[in-house]
Design a protein around this ligand. Structure first.
Ligand code: AMP
Length: 296
C-alpha cells in the first residue's frame, strides 16, 4: 500500500493506471466500520482502490471542531492495509490549499441552504470544493459515499451531474453499532451518559418511520412530531432539526410519499450528531445495517 502526501505524487501514481478501473473513498480519517464498508465495496468493484484521508478545513465553521477532530493516521493505515487498499492519499493542508488558493465550488439553492446547509453555513461549499479537487487529482471511475451523510451525498450527486464528471457515484447504507447508534468518528467525543442518550436519534427515526407508515397520504407534521417527541424527554439531547425531505432535492415533503428521507440532527452534550433513514421509491426502508461492531 502506497501512502502519498503530495498532490503531484498522487497524480504521478494515477497516470500509470491508464487502463485500470479505479475507485475513490474520500474520508476525514479516524476510520470505523462505516468507512470500511465503503472501502470493501470499492475493493470488490475496482482494480485500484484509493482512500483519501484529509480533515478538510474549508468545510468546518469557525466555531466547529476542526482542531479537535479525532485523528489516528497509524491506526487508519493499518486498517486500510488489511482491507487491501492500494493507495492512501493523505495530503497536508498546504498541499490542498496553498497560499494562493482562491477558487471554490459553491452549491446554491435549496439543497445547499436547508438542514445541514442552514446550520453549517459554508459547509457544502467546503465539501464540494474538496471533493471536486479529489476527483480531479485521483480521477476515479467510481466514488463511494455513505448514506449517513445524506445531504452531502445529494450535493455530490449534483456536483457530478453539474460538471459532467465521468464518475459512477455509489451511496452505501449507514453502518450502525449493535445498539443502532450510527457509526461516526465524532462518537469518540461522547461520555458514557451521552453515548446512551445518543441512541434517541435512531429511536426518533424509528418513531418517525412508524408514524409515516400509519399516516401515508397525510401531511408530514405527524412524522416530525413523532420524531420530536422521541427526543424531547432526554435532557442531554438538544434537537437541531427533525425533517422529512426528498433525498435528492431536499425539498420538504408536505405530503408523505416515497422517496422520503427522515433526517435528524441534534447536539448530545456538546457533540453534534446527525442520522437519517430513507424510504425508497419501491417502498422499502433503508434503516442502515447493524452489527458492524464485531468485525472491528
Ligand atoms: P467522514 O470521514 O466522516 O467524512 O466520512 C467519510 C465517508 O464515510 C462519507 O462518505 C460518509 O458518509 C461515510 N460514512 C461515515 N459514517 C458512516 C457510517 N456509519 N456508515 C456508512 N458510511 C459512513
Amino acid at each position: 500500500m502506497d501512502v502519498i502526501e503530495t498532490v503531484q505524487g498522487m497524480i504521478d501514481e494515477r497516470v500509470g493506471w491508464e487502463a485500470k478501473e479505479s475507485g475513490l473513498v474520500p474520508t476525514m480519517g479516524y476510520l470505523h466500520e462505516g468507512h470500511l464498508s465503503l472501502v470493501r465495496r470499492a475493493r470488490a468493484e475496482n482494480d485500484v482502490v484509493v482512500v483519501s484521508i484529509f480533515v478538510n478545513p474549508t468545510q468546518f465553521g469557525p466555531r466547529e471542531d476542526l482542531e479537535r477532530y479525532p485523528r489516528d493516521l497509524p491506526r487508519d493505515l493499518q486498517l486500510l492495509e488489511a482491507a487491501g487498499v492500494d493507495v492512501v492519499f493523505a495530503p497536508t493542508k498546504v498541499e490542498m490549499y496553498p497560499a494562493n488558493f482562491i477558487t471554490y465550488v459553491a452549491p446554491e439553492g435549496l439543497l445547499a441552504e436547508v438542514a445541514e446547509g442552514a446550520e453549517r453555513p459554508g459547509h457544502f461549499r467546503g465539501v464540494a470544493t474538496v471533493v471536486l479537487k479529489l476527483f480531479e487529482i485521483v480521477r476515479p471511475q467510481q466514488a463511494y459515499f455513505g448514506q449517513k451523510d445524506a445531504q452531502q451525498a445529494a450535493v455530490i450527486a449534483h456536483l457530478i451531474e453539474d460538471f459532467h464528471l465521468p464518475i459512477t457515484f455509489h451511496v452505501m447504507p449507514t453502518i450502525r453499532e449493535v445498539d443502532a447508534l450510527a457509526m461516526s468518528s465524532r462518537n469518540a467525543y461522547l461520555s458514557a451518559a451521552e453515548r446512551n442518550a445518543a441512541l434517541r436519534l435512531y429511536q426518533a427515526l424509528q418513531a418517525g418511520r412508524r408514524a409515516f407508515e400509519t399516516a401515508t397520504g397525510a401531511d408530514s407534521t405527524l412524522v416530525v412530531e413523532a420524531m420530536r417527541e422521541a427526543v424531547a424527554a432526554e435532557p442531554r439531547v438538544r434537537l437541531s432539526y427533525a425533517e422529512v425531505r426528498h433525498p435528492y432535492s431536499f425539498a420538504p415533503l408536505e405530503v408523505l410519499q416515497a422517496p422520503a428521507l427522515l433526517a435528524i440532527a441534534a447536539h448530545v452534550g456538546p457533540t453534534r450528531l446527525i442520522d437519517n433513514v430513507l424510504l425508497r421509491a419501491d417502498g422499502s426502508w433503508d434503516m442502515g445495517i447493524m452489527g458492524g461492531h464485531e468485525q472491528r
